[in-house]
Design a protein around this ligand. Structure first.
Ligand code: NAP
Ligand code: COA
Length: 265
């Protein structure tokens, strides 16, 4: 059964919303009637995403920026607010990843992922806070199993996403009294994404991953989008500070085959 939500009149702003899982979330909210803003570095990707979103019949806007630049994040948040009004749903999903052993990456390589995923999430949440609907806003950080499953060749991502989940929990405490809920979604291995193509590039390695998921398959982008819409809906109005795995049970067994898949390419 496909979940169904009505977001007519809602304003949704998604950082890293121009491809993959986050664009899937953006499209689902647009289909459900929301006005959607998306932000990422590539102007071409931003323009293409805005066209895709407008095709659902509602309003959409795009901002080309790097989440590592706090001034640009602030100015996108202000522009979105000035054009459309308060933000009902904020998604922080910009991320970078590449497989590399700790001894095979420079401090700048480690820092690039921490700066995009963790510091970038801090920039996004702090900069958007003045424009969040109070009470009522839903903030969603896109995390990863690496936040709690140690994985070879992923020290940078493990450190960054663990930090993202602690930001989720801490800000749920600080912002709960303002009526703002903050949650993390932890996608499992999701089909047809840049993230999985980087970590399990071959069909053989994808099969290894597939076999290690208790539900025996990759997830779909639409399944992450459904969860984002659920978390932002009245059905979840007492849910805050939660790290919600949407991973077919993958994290339970340590998502162990991912390191194998990286070793075997
Ligand atoms: P993706 O398509 O590469 O999405 C990443 C998005 O972030 C793109 O829109 C990218 O656009 C943007 N971005 C990257 N660096 C940025 C920066 N410095 N500033 C602003 N925007 C930036 O990857 P995906 O696989 O769908 O991953 C999406 C999210 O899901 C990530 O948070 C990832 O950690 C998480 N996740 C994915 C999986 C999976 O199976 N794929 C599993 C667990 C968690 P630009 O290149 O234009 O900047
Ligand atoms: N192994 C080791 N180091 C690597 C690497 C790899 N596979 N890929 C990049 N690096 C290093 C670079 O050499 C550089 O370090 P240096 O300056 O000491 O040489 C550092 O990482 C930054 O690389 P750069 O390309 O300048 O960074 P960027 O800011 O342009 O890009 C990345 C950021 C590296 C995270 C890039 O992969 C990216 O843009 N990713 C976004 C898309 C993505 O990862 N999607 C999946 C999301 S889960």
């Amino acid at each position: 059964m496909q979940a169904s939500f009505d977001y007519t009149g809602a304003n949704v702003l998604i950082f890293g919303g121009t491809s993959g899982i986050n664009l899937g979330i953006a499209e689902a909210f647009a289909k459900a009637g929301a006005t959607v803003g998306v932000c990422s570095r590539s102007e071409d990707k931003v323009n293409a995403a805005v066209e895709t979103l407008k095709a659902y019949g509602g309003k959409a806007a795009g901002y080309s920026l790097d989440v590592r630049n706090v001034d640009d994040v602030k100015s996108a948040a202000q522009s979105f607010h000035d054009e459309f009004g308060k933000i009902d749903v904020l998604v922080s999903g910009a991320a970078g990843n590449f497989p590399a052993p700790a001894l095979g990456m420079s401090p700048n390589a480690f820092n690039s992922v921490v700066s995009i995923d963790l510091l970038g999430t801090f920039h996004v949440l702090q900069s958007c806070h003045p424009y969040l609907k109070q009470p009522g806003a839903s903030v969603i950080n896109i995390s990863a199993p690496q936040a709690y499953v140690p994985m070879m060749f992923q020290s940078h991502v493990c450190a960054a996403k663990a930090g993202v989940d602690m930001l989720t929990r801490t800000l749920a405490l600080e912002w709960g009294p303002m009526g703002i809920r903050v949650n993390s979604i932890v996608p499992g291995p999701i089909a047809n994404t840049e993230g999985m193509d980087r970590l399990a590039p071959s069909e053989e390695s994808k099969n290894l991953v597939r076999k290690s998921v208790p539900l025996g398959r990759f997830g779909e982008k639409s399944e992450i989008a459904d969860t984002a819409m659920f978390l932002s809906s009245n059905a979840a109005q007492y849910v805050s500070g939660v790290i919600l795995a949407v991973d077919g049970g993958w994290g339970l067994s340590g998502a162990g085959s991912l390191a194998n898949s990286m070793m075997h390419g």
